[in-house]
Design a protein around this ligand. Structure first.
Ligand code: UDX
Length: 466
């Protein structure tokens, strides 16, 4: 080996050693839709970039540690949430409550890690705004992971100002009004709509954005080509790098962090169905509906005549004493016999990738939206809360790869939506558009692609921190 080659090789080795000895500490918000992308990011940082990983977690929705032997885990005390059932959103203002109580135990935990390890930076969920003060106090850089899309984050960031100027008053009477700065998003899509704690929620949005502005960098589970106008808008507002390194699920599966057991019989059933004939129906990990809506969903599916795979998660019907599937009337079961499969939790990524699936009726959670785009499956949306209404409006009116049923719908709306999505030229157009996005998503991860390049930049950025 020439001397210069040896030197080059040595520099490469020492950089690798430096990484192995550098630890990144991650702290997810304890909900399925937040834990999944944080663990996917942890795997990216570890397997793709070579960093050592520590995960801080709470008892509430704690991960199954045995599935991640390559990470260190640190449980912090969390008295406010300890009594909540698994995967049920906390009562009151959950984000504020969690932030008010997690900063001190998080700091004590970090003190312990720092006493034995070199911590390059912490990565915490955007919703965990109180971790910024901890990072500042300990003089550790904080990188924020925003687990949802850029377009909703840009809108969230504007909410305090919209509120201050009085624009958000009397929203109910102006529900259909398109917000001038954010077309096609309507007033009714803002998560404050219909909420009687407007001031509390505005304060939370304000805290999230103010503290994010103080961090070192921002990561999104998205890709440049999908959200370039909103990424450009956000970069103009923030004095820090914004890394779009998604789609995460194409690097590491969401199944690794699934809190419920996946029923794989759904795949066996899909194997018996015709190409692109099945509508997959799932409303994510938190959304719950009342019994009336549940029956509208059931009869809408039955009346559509389309084969369907429906995930009825335990706890997904408000106040139901018995299992949801037991609430389905006998005549309904007769009507859908031979063209339906009902499970409590499905291997969603595998379902969406299955050739029998031709459409996805979703609640428009960000992970589900990305997973659907990655598999080229057009959607029908029935959003429930948080960013879901914004996502639904965006996929239906900007990307035009979905039909939006809105938050309130009848069995007739369901039937008509399924017909449009699965059997018409309009649905076929949506399918073509989302198929093109699927290709773009795959290309951006390959060598020279936008997410590939952003990941390289992120790796260098972390190495230069501290
Ligand atoms: C929550 C919020 O609802 C959402 O708006 C926000 O963007 C993220 O946090 P959640 O309800 O968990 O999301 O939905 P989503 O983000 O779509 O995540 C659901 C995850 O559960 C997906 O990764 C999906 O693959 C998985 N899933 C869902 C299954 O593995 N099986 C199922 O049967 C249903």
């Amino acid at each position: 080996m020439e001397e210069t080659q040896i030197e080059f090789h040595w520099r490469g080795c020492s950089r690798w050693l430096e990484k192995i000895m550098s630890r990144v500490v991650l702290f997810p918000h304890p909900g399925q839709g937040h834990i999944t992308p944080m663990f996917q990011l942890a795997n990216i940082l570890h397997h793709t970039m070579g960093f050592a990983i520590s995960i801080v977690y709470t008892q509430h929705n704690g991960p199954d540690i045995s599935r991640h032997p390559h990470f260190n885990f640190h449980l912090i005390s969390d008295p406010v949430t300890a009594n909540d059932s698994p995967n049920i959103p906390f009562r009151g203002n959950p984000i504020k409550r969690f932030n008010d109580h997690c900063a001190r135990p998080f700091k004590l935990c970090l003190d312990g890690i720092l006493s034995s390890d070199t911590v390059r930076c912490i990565v915490t969920d955007a919703m965990l705004y109180s971790t910024q003060a901890v990072a500042d106090e300990l003089n550790i850089p904080r990188i924020v992971l925003r687990t949802a899309g850029v377009h909703s984050f840009v809108l969230y960031a504007a909410v305090p100002l919209l509120h201050q100027t009085g624009y958000l008053t009397n929203m109910e009477a102006r529900a259909e009004e398109v917000i001038p700065e954010f077309p096609p998003i309507k007033l009714k899509d803002i998560p404050l709509f219909g909420d009687n704690d407007t001031n509390g929620k505005v304060e939370t949005f304000s805290n999230i954005f103010t503290e994010t502005k103080k961090c070192s960098a921002l990561i999104f589970n998205t890709f440049e080509e999908l959200e370039s106008p909103d990424l450009a808008k956000l970069r103009r507002q923030l004095d820090m790098p914004v890394f779009a390194i998604g789609p995460f699920n194409k690097r590491f599966s969401a199944a690794e962090t699934s809190m419920l057991k996946e029923d794989r019989s759904s795949i066996d059933w899909l194997d018996t169905q015709a190409l692109e004939s099945v509508l997959y129906v799932s409303f994510g990990s938190i959304a719950a509906m009342d019994k009336t809506t549940f029956l509208e969903v059931a009869w809408g599916l039955a009346n559509s005549g389309q084969p369907f795979l429906w995930v009825i998660r335990p706890g997904s019907i408000n106040g139901a004493a018995s299992a949801a599937s037991e609430m389905l009337p006998g005549e309904w079961a007769e009507e859908v016999s031979g063209r339906s499969c009902v499970v409590e939790w499905a291997p969603q990524e595998k379902v969406l990738a299955h050739s029998a699936v031709g459409g996805f009726w979703t609640h428009s959670g960000w992970n589900s939206t990305m997973e659907s785009i990655c598999e080229g499956v057009p959607m029908m949306c029935a959003p429930y809360f948080a960013d879901q209404m914004i996502n639904a409006r965006w996929v239906s009116e900007v990307l035009r790869i979905a039909i939006n049923l809105e938050r309130v719908f009848t069995r007739r709306d369901v039937e008509e939506g399924i017909r449009r999505l699965m059997t018409t030229a309009e649905g076929a157009e949506m399918q073509r558009r989302v198929a093109a996005l699927k290709e773009t998503a795959a290309a951006c991860l390959g060598s020279g692609g936008s997410s590939y390049e952003a990941l390289e930049s992120l790796s260098m950025f972390i190495m230069e921190l501290g």
